[in-house]
Write a protein that binds this ligand. Sequence first.
Ligand code: NDP
Length: 288
Amino acid sequence: MTATIIDGKAHAASLRAAIAGHVPAFRAATGRAPGLAVVLVGEDPASAVYVRSKGRATREAGMESVEHRLPADTDTATLLALVADLNADPAIDGILVQLPLPRQVDAQAVLLAIDPDKDVDGFHPVNAGRLATGMPGFVPCTPLGCVMLLKSVHGSLSGLDAVVIGRSNIVGKPMAQLLIAESCTVTVAHSRTRDLPARIRAADIVVAAVGIPALVKGDWIKPGATVIDVGINRTETGLVGDVDFAEAMAVAGAITPVPGGVGPMTIACLLRNTYVSACRREGVAAAP
Ligand code: NDP
């Protein structure tokens, strides 16, 4: 058996095209474009690449992208003042502070200062609470993209057994919440989990968000299962995921590649969240 490769690039391209198609009606109704502000502190090369591609994707979708680049020695007070300005700016619908922040900055204070109704990253505790309680809010982009990819394979996820490996606030926990909301039976595994292979072997859906190259082996996977590999690990041979791709290909029913799987969906979901935020703030119905 050879798994179907889930083409995240293609799914992301169609989501981005759909959003670009909705923006003109938003402009016509409100006289402005949805606006995303991205804040980058310091010179971290990976963060700079992410910020650049987020800005480009935002503009390509016909939305306004505002980038704030601050020096590496920026203090917490300066960042809080910038976030307060962006919160108050009616042209800004989404605020994203690129992580990680330099050590001298109180990252938690900065994230807490973002207006939850402009928190398109979905990292604010108010949005985590909304997700956990089934209220409308913003869902973190990476797990949101994973659910879209899973639905592209399965349609309904109801009743399926899912294992999420990783319990971070930005991927593992919101992923588990989303799968519960889709009526999966969810196991959340982490570094203290006993007999991880046995738990994965029982799962129809495996979402790996760990950060260890090729941690998940082919013989851990239930034949026909769907595997979503969130991991991005830089190795001597290039970017690899948390799943041994070659082994998993021989067992799984469907699998996301790294790169070209989950990653492209993350940015597309950021655009989606920004568009939805703009519609909510203007009282305009968001196109599905
Ligand atoms: P974190 O480091 O915050 O979390 C990793 C999780 O993996 C922790 O919960 C940890 O457990 C768990 N873990 C560590 N070792 C093991 C193990 N041996 N067995 C089982 N679980 C283990 O990472 P993130 O959630 O931020 O990111 C995870 C991966 O996803 C990274 O590779 C990151 O680069 C990638 N990523 C990709 C994105 C994309 O757009 N594609 C976006 C965001 C992240 P414990 O809690 O016990 O320490």
